[in-house]
Design a protein around this ligand. Structure first.
Ligand SMILES: *[C@@H]1O[C@H](CO)[C@@H](O)[C@H](O)[C@H]1NC(C)=O
Ligand SMILES: *[C@@H]1O[C@H](CO)[C@@H](O)[C@H](O)[C@H]1NC(C)=O
Ligand SMILES: *[C@@H]1O[C@H](CO)[C@@H](O)[C@H](O)[C@H]1NC(C)=O
Ligand SMILES: *[C@@H]1O[C@H](CO)[C@@H](O)[C@H](O)[C@H]1NC(C)=O
Ligand SMILES: *[C@@H]1O[C@H](CO)[C@@H](O)[C@H](O)[C@H]1NC(C)=O
Ligand SMILES: *[C@@H]1O[C@H](CO)[C@@H](O)[C@H](O)[C@H]1NC(C)=O
Ligand SMILES: *[C@@H]1O[C@H](CO)[C@@H](O)[C@H](O)[C@H]1NC(C)=O
Ligand SMILES: *[C@@H]1O[C@H](CO)[C@@H](O)[C@H](O)[C@H]1NC(C)=O
Ligand SMILES: *[C@@H]1O[C@H](CO)[C@@H](O)[C@H](O)[C@H]1NC(C)=O
Length: 308
């Protein structure tokens, strides 16, 4: 009754012009902020609102173009400039400079048309930490257990972030180093070693619970990656410079920045487009997934590693 009365009074006052309705942009921004649990100080709020509006405009303009193959959409990155996004979520491409010298096994492609392992994985959210490399490996492990043994596990990503000393935690890393670590030590259950999205000192003093037998490079050619994808998802390095607002459709708008992110290739469709699961939550992309054009789009063939 009391609530009803308050609402009625506010409505009355608004009608009488005592309360000003906020302008349309501001309320959209505020709805977004509420949904994304963002709290800003008054001065930062104005600044972030401007970025929000400018990104919104950019997305609308992109989606109205007829020459684009993918649509953009609003997500949790709406109040970040492109530079901030790159800084917070992607790693420096200079991180790995080692050349891979791997003999590729012969792939046999007969009967392979399409595969989609989204049913064996869960989309994760890395937060403000460039840990895509670690998620692509813990996700590989989870899918591997699920497909091979019908076992649903939650493997600790934070353990990789904290304990793979050859990588650089929230500043970036390399999927093959992470796999090397997982092979040697094993991963703990996430409940025992939860994700906190920041650097910590390594807390894993014993061997973990989930092990792999080994890992190998399976990239270099589309047919190789397709062949191995038929068995399990594959951890891949990508150039994600322009992925900030990807929503749906086929993406090929890559840059020449080089590999600055890792994700999980979970399949390819009948037109050979890659299906890649990211670790930026389900609000981003097509419920967390991006589709890339065939062949080496965004460098997907360059750092493709699979566990076994
Ligand atoms: C609201 O946003 C539109 C574009 O989305 C922009 O043209 C307009 O200037 C904005 N208005 C205010 C008051 O910020
Ligand atoms: C999951 O997807 C794979 C690959 O497309 C398929 O072989 C498998 O049957 C699916 N599993 C279930 C439970 O739907
Ligand atoms: C994995 O984590 C999710 C979300 O934290 C939880 O819902 C699920 O029960 C966990 N699964 C296992 C097997 O521990
Ligand atoms: C780091 O790399 C060295 C040399 O390859 C290796 O011996 C060591 O086990 C690696 N450490 C981790 C934590 O993976
Ligand atoms: C995280 O730790 C690594 C070393 O393990 C370091 O190279 C890196 O700069 C740290 N990153 C952040 C964001 O603190
Ligand atoms: C940890 O696992 C490795 C095999 O990956 C094994 O060689 C080592 O003995 C184990 N260490 C402990 C403390 O169980
Ligand atoms: C993970 O650890 C939690 C807490 O110890 C436990 O409840 C859960 O059953 C474990 N999950 C698996 C799959 O072992
Ligand atoms: C490529 O991405 C940039 C940055 O997101 C965007 O401004 C541009 O419109 C995109 N180009 C195409 C052809 O999609
Ligand atoms: C990546 O490339 C784009 C376009 O070429 C550029 O705007 C951006 O600043 C680059 N980012 C990095 C981290 O080099």
């Amino acid at each position: 009754m009391k609530q009803f009365l308050t609402a009625a009074i506010v409505t009355l006052l608004m009608t009488a012009g005592y309360y000003h309705l906020q302008d349309e942009n501001k309320s959209e921004f505020e709805i977004w902020a509420m949904k994304n649990n963002k709290y800003y100080t008054e001065s930062e709020k104005l600044y972030r609102m401007e970025i929000y509006n400018s990104n919104k405009r950019m997305i609308e303009e992109h989606n109205q173009r007829e020459d684009v193959t993918y649509q953009m959409g609003e997500n949790q990155f709406m109040t970040l400039t492109h530079e901030e996004f790159v800084d917070l979520y992607l790693q420096k491409s200079e991180f790995f400079i080692d050349q891979l010298e791997v003999q590729l096994p012969e792939g046999q492609l007969e009967g392979l048309t399409a595969v989609d392992w989204r049913n064996a994985t869960t989309v994760k959210e890395q937060g403000q930490c460039a840990s895509g490399w670690a998620f692509s490996v813990s996700n590989s492990l989870e899918a591997w257990y699920q497909i091979r043994a019908y076992q649903k596990i939650n493997a600790s990503t934070q353990q990789i972030v904290d304990c793979d000393f050859n990588s650089s935690g929230c500043s970036g890393g390399y999927n093959a180093y992470a796999m090397e670590y997982v092979q040697r030590v094993g991963l703990a259950n996430t409940s025992n070693y939860p994700y906190v999205a920041k650097n910590q000192t390594c807390k894993q003093t014993r061997n973990g619970t989930y092990f792999i037998n080994g890992y190998s490079f399976v990239g270099g050619s589309q047919s190789n990656v397709q062949y191995y994808l038929n068995n399990y998802p594959i951890s891949v390095g990508v150039d994600a410079s322009n992925w900030q607002f990807y929503k749906s459709g086929l993406f090929s708008n890559c840059t020449s920045n080089g590999t600055n992110h890792y994700a999980l290739a979970v399949g390819f469709d009948s037109a050979n487009n890659w299906i890649v699961q990211n670790s930026w939550g389900t609000q981003w992309g097509d419920y967390g997934v991006i589709k890339l054009y065939p062949q080496n789009t965004c460098g997907i063939l360059n750092y493709a590693f699979q566990i076994y």
